[in-house]
Design a protein around this ligand. Sequence first.
Ligand SMILES: [Cu+2]
Length: 110
Amino acid sequence: MLKILALLSTLAFLAAPNALAQPHDAHQHHAAPAANTLATGQGIVKKIDPEKLRLTLAHDPIAKLGWPAMTMPFAVTDKALLQNLKINDVVRFELQDEQTIVAVEVVTGK
Ligand SMILES: [Cu+2]
């Protein structure tokens, strides 16, 4: 009987949901809630379109999403995210889904 109980508790342990915390380098100065962040990345600003709320970046690979490096347009949630950006700035960004940036910060400007 004890053996069975031990086996059952081992199985229960193995079946328990993985409670590992998601690593996230939260940027305290951004208003975007970290819980909504899908992934973070780094890239170079290629095109800024405040009218359409678009930001085109040549981004580095994003391992979390299985993305290679590429140049692509992203939607931004707020025009204010674009106001301090210039072409060729290197930026870090946070994605809330695969196409939408919720936070951007300049790493280095050129
Ligand atoms: Cu991409």
